[in-house]
Write a protein that binds this ligand. Structure first.
Ligand code: GAR
Length: 206
């Protein structure tokens, strides 16, 4: 059995949590450098919460709605959950809240996200529909460090897929999702092990 320290990690979700499941599965291996100790959601009915609990992971729900427009107050409540669980690394996995500079700066270099496009192309939402409308022949996904500017942080890993004749949003998103599930565990391992890190706004070691 490995004696290496595993980095206590939280996954933040808003929905079904298929990337979350991929991370939990990968982190079952004793040699995986991150340990998933918490899954937290901003919506109490996020389907992924039940899947996390079924996998034996602690869950928390911090509903953003009572905080109204005060995003930072929501994030302080979320941050309190992270602190209470001794979290050192945070992986956003379909977490559909824009984070303020307060939170992002606090977790700088320890906060990563998966985005369903080949960044810098198609930042924001509806990436697959926009890729189809733009007529691109290649699409994909990106794991990146989170910085205050939305979907603009340095890339950790990227995977490409072809856009095929006859593709619609469903077929294209399924092809991309398969790659998300492959590269997100790899990227988390790179960051948790220190092989890839954020220094002066640049991803080192990739
Ligand atoms: C994933 O495709 C992820 O890349 C995307 O939401 C989906 C969540 O699915 N994230 C974003 O769009 C973030 N801007 P999942 O809940 O099954 O992992």
């Amino acid at each position: 059995m490995s004696t290496a320290r595993r980095v206590p990690t939280a996954i933040l979700i808003s929905g079904r949590g298929s990337n979350m499941v991929a991370l939990i599965e990968a982190a079952r291996a004793v040699e995986f450098p991150a340990e998933i100790v918490l899954v937290a959601a901003n919506l109490p009915d996020a389907g992924g919460l039940q899947r996390a609990a079924a996998a034996g992971i602690a869950t928390a729900s911090v509903d953003h709605r009572p905080f109204g427009k005060d995003r930072e107050a929501f994030e302080r409540a979320l941050d309190a959950e992270l602190q209470a669980h001794g979290i050192e690394l945070v992986a956003l996995a379909g977490f559909m809240r824009v984070l303020t500079p307060w939170f992002v700066t606090r977790w700088q270099g320890r906060l990563i996200n998966i985005h369903p496009s080949l960044l810098p192309d198609f930042r924001g939402t509806h990436t697959h529909a926009r890729a189809l409308a733009a007529g691109v022949t290649e699409h994909g996904c990106t794991v990146h460090f989170v910085v205050p500017e939305l979907d603009a942080g340095p890339t950790i890993l990227q995977a490409k897929v072809p856009v095929l004749p006859g593709d619609d949003e469903a077929s294209l998103s399924a092809r991309v999702l398969e790659q998300e599930h492959r590269i997100y565990p790899q990227a988390l391992a790179l960051v948790a092990s220190g092989a890839t890190r954020l220094e002066d706004g640049v991803a080192i070691g990739r």
